[in-house]
Every structure is written in C-alpha cells, then in structure tokens.
Design a protein. Structure first.
Length: 111
C-alpha cells in the first residue's frame, strides 16, 4: 500500500509539472497586441444598463457631443430608455439590453 501511495504521488507530481509547463508556455508566448491608437476610434458604444431615465438624459447630452465631434454613437440600454432614444438623429443604433443575448448583437457592431 505504501509503494502504491508513493507511485501515485510521483505520478500526480509529474502531471502537475506538465500542466504547469503547458499553461506557462501558453501565457508567456502570446502574440503582441497592436498599440492602441485613440485617434483611430470612430465608433463608441455607451452602456446604460440601469434603465433610469435621469441617467439617460445625461448620457444623451454626452452622446450628442460625441456625434458632433464625428463619432458614430450607439447605446446599449433597457426597454424604457430605448424608447426615449428612438427619435434621436445623433445615435446610430440602440441595442436593447437582454442579458443572455446581448453579446450576439453587440459583437456584430464592430466595437
């Protein structure tokens, strides 16, 4: 029984070492990211998930200023605030916040 226990410990230590080396290799050899250039950003997604009208009023002013400066502004918000933004000419797209399905819609937007 003692020999079996020692062999099991050695086996576990061996596989633990392999796992560590594989994970270490994977995370140390990541390809370099491109440098972030703020001047290249032209699309902005504003997140307003709390669906509060007062907060959306402030966000609308911010969205207008961004649109006047040449940005394409989209908003991700709840159902109440999405109706407020329906007639805004300076907001390109309004995404309705539905928790399990949000990423599908936003990922296609190029943000």
């Amino acid at each position: 029984m003692r020999i079996l226990k020692q062999l099991t410990r050695k086996k576990n230590a061996f596989f633990r070492g392999i796992k560590f080396n594989v994970i270490n290799y994977r995370y140390r050899n990541k390809p370099a990211r491109k440098a972030f250039d703020p001047a290249a950003v032209r699309r902005v997604l504003l997140l307003r998930l709390d669906d509060k009208v007062g907060d959306m009023v402030v966000t609308t002013g911010c969205a207008r200023i961004l649109a006047e400066r040449g940005y394409q502004v989209s908003v991700l918000t709840g159902p109440i605030c999405s109706e407020i933004l329906a007639g805004s000419e300076f907001i390109q797209q309004v995404y309705l916040y539905r928790p399990p399905h949000v990423l599908k819609y936003v990922a296609g937007g190029g943000f």
